[in-house]
Design a protein around this ligand. Structure first.
Ligand SMILES: [Zn+2]
Length: 455
């Protein structure tokens, strides 16, 4: 007689091994230990049967989150960010090397980040390192210390302590990273194009978009592609907003270059035509473009040109987000989307007739693969972490910014109705979020993640 499992979750629809099926998921020691038939007797200390209408899916893996602690903890911190994640069905986040102070560009800074995150994390947390001019030549120790790769900007980042790389420095970074089989993740906007485009400020959303034209992304991505071809390094294009860059990316992928691409929920949910002037809660860089562009981003997801969707949760204080009273030049550029990214993408996908499993592919399977975590994250499979979400895909809810868990109550989604409600989130088989339960009731159970191997 085998020992009872810690937990068994029975559901009439579970997404596992690439398909939906009725099943019972048995968990032991934080890991999925068995996948049984729905009606099979599974001895367990706790048995949960999901009601009709709820499906069981893997926890979302968000590879692009700015937590900002230490140093700018008033913008966002690990307690609030990881609670927002848990409430949004996100069980893994990977923190960007800026806008914390210090930025994660040294091993010492990584240790500070880890020390800050460890006691507060409600979900699992990993870290990106940063490639800035002063860290070039010294990236390998950070890689050895467990970062998942290195972020670089090709244009000003918005904070002084994280300067961008020139085209020549980009090439150096790629050469260095190729030497140890690492990964460069790139904010790809070309500074010369941005300079030429001018930014005269003001509340006009169209003028803001014109100040960050598609050509800036196209030119910067061309530099990345050239660098990958020359060095053999792996590179990942962050937050693609311009569909005009898709042709070059398709060609690079067809050539077999090791390039992956991400876009974000806000580019898939909003379009310039519907953003009011002065509504700086929608400001991000690169910007949200027009409806035709949005359609092309969806097409590129469907045909695999864009690999994945990550939130680019990048908050600031409300004061900075609304600095300048609607002036797009003055306001902080970043959207706080961590808690809503899964329902937001699902809402937009559903309207297009795209099934939930494709969304899971982009937000769990492929993000885990980018991180080299695909054996333990992103899918419900025997041996993987029991990071699970009970989700009601047909239910809807209204977004109220002040009810969200992240620190500053600003949201581009405020007032919208989204489809898909996160009911329960389990991390390693333990409940870390239960719909309707008061905040702060649960122990922070998140663990710190290190890169496992070279994907
Ligand atoms: Zn970002």
């Amino acid at each position: 007689m085998s020992q009872p499992y810690d937990l068994a979750i029975r559901a009439s629809s579970v997404f596992t091994e690439g398909r939906w099926r009725p099943a019972t998921i048995a968990v032991r020691g934080g890991v999925v230990a068995a996948i049984a038939d729905h009606d099979e007797e599974v001895p367990a200390h706790t048995v949960v049967t999901l009601p009709e209408g709820q499906v069981l899916v893997p926890g979302i893996v968000d590879s692009h989150v700015h937590v900002n602690e230490p140093g700018r903890t008033e913008w966002e911190g690990f307690t609030t960010a990881t609670r927002a994640a848990a409430a949004g069905g996100v069980t893994t986040i990977v923190d960007m090397p800026l806008n914390s102070i210090p930025p994660t560009t040294t091993v010492e800074a990584l240790h500070l980040k880890r020390a800050a995150a460890a006691p507060q994390a409600s979900v699992d947390v990993g870290f990106w390192g940063g490639a800035i001019p002063s860290s070039l030549g010294a990236l390998e120790p950070l890689w050895a210390a467990g970062v998942f790769g290195f972020k670089a900007f090709l244009s000003p980042s918005g904070v002084d302590e994280f300067p961008h790389l020139s085209t020549a420095q980009l090439r150096s970074a790629l050469t260095e990273i190729a030497g140890f089989g690492g990964l460069l993740i790139v904010h790809a906007e070309d500074p010369e194009v941005l300079d030429r485009s001018g930014n005269h400020g003001g509340a006009d959303y169209g003028a803001f978009v014109a100040s960050r034209p598609e050509l800036a992304e196209e030119d910067a991505i061309a530099h990345v592609i050239d660098g990958v071809r020359a060095t053999g390094a792996r590179a990942h294009i962050l937050h693609l907003s311009s569909a005009r860059a898709l042709g070059a990316i398709r060609a690079a992928k067809a050539e077999g270059l090791p390039i992956t691409v991400e876009t974000c929920p806000h580019y898939l949910s909003f379009s310039a035509e519907h953003i009011p002037d002065g509504a700086t809660q929608f400001k991000c860089c690169p910007p949200i473009r027009d409806e035709a562009n949005r359609d092309l981003l969806w097409e590129a997801l469907l045909d695999g040109t864009i690999d994945l969707i990550a939130s680019d949760h990048s908050p600031s204080t409300a004061e900075l987000k609304f600095a300048g009273d609607g002036d797009f030049q003055e306001a902080w550029g970043g959207i706080s989307g961590l808690q809503l990214s899964f329902p937001a993408v699902w809402t937009a996908a559903r309207e297009r007739g795209i099934p939930l499993e494709r969304v899971l592919g982009w937000m769990a399977v492929n993000t885990a693969a980018l991180l080299g975590l695909d054996e333990v994250k992103g899918a419900i499979a025997v041996g993987a972490d029991a990071d699970l979400v009970a989700f009601s895909p047909d239910e809807s809810f209204a977004v109220h910014a002040e009810e969200l868990e992240h620190k500053n109550a600003v949201s581009a989604y405020d007032g919208r109705t989204l489809r898909g409600v996160v009911e329960t989130t389990w991390l390693a088989g333990e409940v870390v979020y239960l719909r309707g339960e008061a905040d702060g009731e649960r122990m922070p159970r998140g663990r710190l993640l290190e890169r496992r191997s070279t994907p």
